[in-house]
Design a protein around this ligand. Structure first.
Ligand SMILES: *[C@@H]1O[C@H](CO)[C@@H](O)[C@H](O)[C@H]1NC(C)=O
Ligand SMILES: *[C@@H]1O[C@H](CO)[C@@H](O)[C@H](O)[C@H]1NC(C)=O
Ligand SMILES: *[C@@H]1O[C@H](CO)[C@@H](O)[C@H](O)[C@H]1NC(C)=O
Ligand SMILES: *[C@@H]1O[C@H](CO)[C@@H](O)[C@H](O)[C@H]1NC(C)=O
Ligand SMILES: *[C@@H]1O[C@H](CO)[C@@H](O)[C@H](O)[C@H]1NC(C)=O
Ligand SMILES: *[C@@H]1O[C@H](CO)[C@@H](O)[C@H](O)[C@H]1NC(C)=O
Ligand SMILES: *[C@@H]1O[C@H](CO)[C@@H](O)[C@H](O)[C@H]1NC(C)=O
Length: 419
């Protein structure tokens, strides 16, 4: 109850913050582009350049017409004259995030940079509806129809179309997929619905995977209630944009939460949703990170998670009425994704303090899939959902572990591959 009251106070603060005029977020490629701006973000190409890494932009059109930007770090300044063919890794980030999250931690802590230095050809995907996916061959982001997508469409179009493009450009037959949060949910949809993609993914590294919900937690009870309120207030169909990349959140923290010493209060909603870990919270860079994240999502894509929490099932979008469900699916309940179709070998990393990816849910998930699997907890008691990107010690706790597993995979010494 106390937490609830605090959450209400927080929302009043958000209101206050929104009433005050806040200068727009300026997005640029160089520091010169953003000179004088109070709130700014350097784009992913600029972030790479500032650290001495060339980032290429690639452009794809999905089967259903969305124009998405894919980014690639083909090389590292540390390995310039290496002629060896590089293995391809493909990164899929979390909800409302973009490729930026793989580079915002700087040279020493960004996974994309570490992978490039290790000799990988690094590709970073982006979802429809984010800063790097706000265009369509026919629709404009001002159209309701543009925002008419759940996790399903990213699973059957955004990822498979991007993977095919990458395999084509690199002339490789398969790649290693590393995903965080929604990145895991989405690739699970891809592999369940389009099982031929198992052959195109030689290894899945899943950070805080989210699919089935068996564990009973306060979040699972409160989440759908919150979602219902949101759906009634905004748009029941979810065909609108939520949380675009903007100065709103950075301004709230910079102007209200930090100066008034009420950071803990402001952070409460995140603690409830993502798990409380203020030890690994990078407060110093928090406002800067929030200029990159969030960066846009359809309400429908977010509601899809709340539907899963409520049903406990990993299944397609629920229209919540028999007529539409029967029209789309030929049955009154949305069809479940067939997780048995997932076959690519998988390594799972999970946090002990992550309400969105609880060990009980992971165990239930592993029982349903066909993959050979290794799961390993992050060696920090309070590690939460977002720590996989923003933890102070992310290099040691996560990135170095990923690279060590990749090395084992390269030399065929991963435990599950041993004969
Ligand atoms: C993608 O589009 C951008 C902007 O139009 C262009 O500069 C870039 O060369 C394109 N990438 C490729 C690989 O064609
Ligand atoms: C790569 O080769 C060029 C020309 O041969 C040389 O000048 C440069 O130092 C080399 N760079 C590295 C990182 O080895
Ligand atoms: C990165 O790590 C190196 C070596 O540990 C250190 O000298 C350097 O200051 C670090 N750079 C940043 C930006 O933290
Ligand atoms: C692509 O790879 C195949 C074999 O995997 C090879 O025969 C072909 O020449 C390659 N194509 C290019 C353009 O490198
Ligand atoms: C890539 O796609 C082009 C155009 O569809 C095709 O001609 C080419 O053979 C493909 N390359 C590979 C390596 O699959
Ligand atoms: C919501 O979606 C349904 C079914 O697609 C449609 O009939 C209805 O008009 C939509 N409602 C709004 C407010 O757009
Ligand atoms: C394979 O890589 C792992 C991790 O780097 C290393 O510990 C192991 O010694 C390597 N094994 C072989 C046979 O090279």
């Amino acid at each position: 109850m106390e937490d609830f009251i605090k959450a209400v106070i927080f929302f009043c603060l958000v209101e206050m913050a929104l009433l005050e005029p806040v200068p727009d977020l300026v997005i640029g490629r160089t520091m010169k582009d953003v000179e004088g701006a109070e709130f700014y973000a350097i784009d992913v190409i600029g972030l790479g350049e500032m650290m001495g890494y060339k980032v290429e932009q690639h452009n794809i059109t999905t089967t259903d017409g969305y124009l998405l930007k894919l980014f690639r770090i083909p090389d590292s300044p540390k390995l310039l004259n290496q002629t060896k063919k590089k293995p391809v890794v493909f990164l899929g980030n979390g909800m409302a995030a973009t490729s930026d999250v793989w580079l915002i931690r700087g040279k020493n802590r960004s996974l994309a940079i570490q992978l490039a230095d290790e000799g990988y050809d690094v590709w970073m995907a982006n979802y429809r509806g984010t800063t790097y996916g706000r265009a369509h061959v026919k629709l404009s982001p001002d159209d309701r129809k543009f925002w008419d997508f759940s996790q399903h469409e990213s699973g059957i179009y955004d990822f498979p179309n991007s993977i095919d493009y990458v395999l084509n450009v690199t002339n490789e037959s398969s790649l290693t997929f590393i995903g965080h949060s929604l990145g895991t949910t989405t690739i699970f949809i891809t592999l369940s619905e389009l099982p031929q993609y198992n052959d195109k993914i030689n290894l899945l590294i899943m950070l805080a995977p989210v699919s089935v919900w068996t564990h009973q937690s306060p979040l699972r009870k409160l989440g759908p209630v919150f979602s219902n309120i949101l759906q009634n207030l905004l748009e029941p169909n979810g065909t609108i944009e939520l949380i675009p990349q903007s100065s709103a959140l950075p301004a709230l923290f910079k102007r209200i939460c930090f100066p008034n010493n009420i950071f803990d209060l402001c952070f409460l909603p995140f603690d409830l949703l993502l798990g409380k870990d203020h030890y690994q919270l990078d407060k110093k860079n928090f406002v800067a990170y929030n200029c990159h994240y969030p960066a846009g999502v359809s309400a429908k894509m977010m509601y899809h998670y709340f539907q899963s929490m409520e049903s406990g099932k990993f299944r397609q979008w629920n229209f919540n009425n028999d007529f539409d469900n029967i029209k789309h699916y030929g049955q009154s309940e949305p069809p479940e994704y067939n997780l048995k179709n997932i076959k690519s070998p998988m390594i799972i990393f999970y946090g002990h303090n992550d309400p969105l990816s609880h060990i009980e849910d992971i165990r239930a998930f592993i029982k349903k899939i066909s993959s050979k699997t290794i799961s390993e907890p992050v060696r920090f008691k309070y590690f939460n959902h977002i720590d996989f990107v923003t933890a102070i010690d992310v290099k040691k706790l996560v990135n170095d572990r990923i690279i060590s597993r990749l090395n084992q995979f390269k030399n065929l010494s991963l435990p599950f591959l041993q004969v």
